[in-house]
Design a protein around this ligand. Structure first.
Ligand code: CO8
Length: 372
């Protein structure tokens, strides 16, 4: 009854932004703001804004660059958001389009056709609308059978969806499942906020799950163990939602975009991650040294180094826990899947790896995978 991940896919958006480009635009915005508000600043009624710096960004986060679906607008100090034209209701949605690229690649890698799939789960931090589900639009366009639904658990959407997909196969409600993570984070970034303007990028990833018995792929990964955990916290939050328009006085405020207490997140989440992984490893009878690779959530390079050091008691060689956030930045739920997609080809049957996400909620999801 083993369930395997038999294919993965990655769609990288067409446009990129370096730290320096982002910082130059932010600093132009700071100059404009401080000039426009100079009288109030001089009176002490408004706080002057400070410059951002690429050195800080790289040192504090490990991020050097991010990909975005639409660059236009983001770097314009008068705009500071991606200008994404709305598409007609009878056209393919942007989020479905990027998800489809990743999905087709995952199907190819699994050696499957669309009609081999009977459940599509779109799992990401935000879907571009509530209904009809993005998953059902992708089901229709791709030609998969059965059913589809969307789910959101912020950064842990992908790992929680893998657990949900495996359970759907075990329960008999689906034979093969496509999990898709189309993340358009740039639409929720406050590019006017120095603390968070650099954090996110856009991407889409996809994975195919099926019983080992039906798997045709040359290489697959059996799910040996999975564990999900949540703990309520306001330290990573967005108040964007369907009730916003009902309070016009507050609907345009910055709290409707991503914001966080990054230091608190770092401090509070790390012990939870350690505890979560210790318990999972003990239950599975596996020691951390047995892992060939850790495909970790890609929010912050320093945070990942803490996790790896705690697990292995040493600073590992880079391939042990590959970094993709240097080029992709934080891509919410897709980060650990990008790392898995890019760094699994050298696995031999029996090799073990850990796929894990951690972020808003708080939420932690982790799967122990064995190559077969
Ligand atoms: N340039 C220069 N200086 C800066 C900048 C900047 N851009 N930003 C802050 N500073 C300054 C600060 O003002 C501060 O100055 P001072 O000491 O004078 O007060 C100093 O630099 C240090 O600031 P911090 O203490 O904030 O810096 P940190 O070292 O803590 O680094 C990080 C900030 C990088 C944010 C770090 O705290 C971090 O990464 N923490 C972990 C957070 C995390 O993992 N969050 C997960 C978020 S992702 C998630 O859950 C998904 C949500 C759903 C997706 C959303 C899509 C948009």
């Amino acid at each position: 009854d083993a369930i395997v991940i038999s294919g993965t896919g990655l769609f990288t958006p067409p446009e990129g932004i370096t730290n320096q480009e982002l910082v130059d635009s932010f600093n132009q915005y700071v100059d404009l703001f401080n000039t426009e508000n100079s009288a109030q600043i001089d009176l002490g009624h408004v706080a002057a804004l400070n410059y951002s710096s690429s050195e800080f960004i790289e040192k504090a986060s490990g991020i050097k660059h991010r990909f975005v679906m639409v660059k236009e607008g983001i770097l314009d100090p008068e705009v500071m958001m991606p200008l994404i034209p709305e598409r007609a209701s009878d056209s393919l949605s942007l989020q479905a389009e990027m998800g489809l690229y990743a999905a087709k690649q995952a199907l190819d890698n699994a050696g499957l056709k669309a009609d081999d799939i009977d459940l599509v789960i779109v799992a990401c931090a935000y879907t571009q609308r509530a209904y009809p589900a993005m998953a059902i639009e992708i089901q229709q366009t791709l030609g998969t059978r059965g059913y589809g639904f969307d789910m959101q658990v912020a950064c842990s959407s992908a790992t929680f969806a893998l657990v949900t997909a495996a359970n759907a196969i075990r329960s008999g409600s689906a034979r093969r499942v496509l999990v898709i993570n189309p993340e358009i984070c740039s639409a929720q970034v406050n590019y006017r906020d120095r603390d968070s303007h650099f954090i996110f990028g856009d991407v889409a990833t996809a994975l195919v799950l099926e019983p080992a018995a039906t798997c045709r792929a040359q290489q697959a990964f059996e799910i040996l163990s999975s564990r999900c955990f949540t703990h309520y916290s306001n330290n990573i939050r967005s108040n964007f939602g369907f009730l916003n328009r009902c309070d016009p006085a507050t609907s345009g405020e910055a709290d409707k975009l991503f914001h966080q207490q990054g230091r608190k997140v770092f401090k509070e989440l790390l012990p939870m991650i350690y505890q979560h992984l210790d318990a999972q490893l003990e239950e599975a009878g596996i020691t951390p040294e047995q892992f060939k690779r850790l495909w970790l959530h890609q929010a912050n390079i320093n945070m990942n180094q803490f996790v790896v050091k705690k697990l292995l008691g040493e600073t590992p060689e880079p391939l042990k826990a590959p970094v993709v956030l240097d080029q992709y930045a934080n891509t919410a739920s897709a980060g650990s899947v990008i790392a898995f997609h890019k760094y699994h080809q050298d696995f031999k049957p029996g090799d073990l790896g850990l796929l894990s996400s951690f972020g808003a909620g708080y939420s932690i999801g982790s799967l122990i995978l064995r190559a077969c």
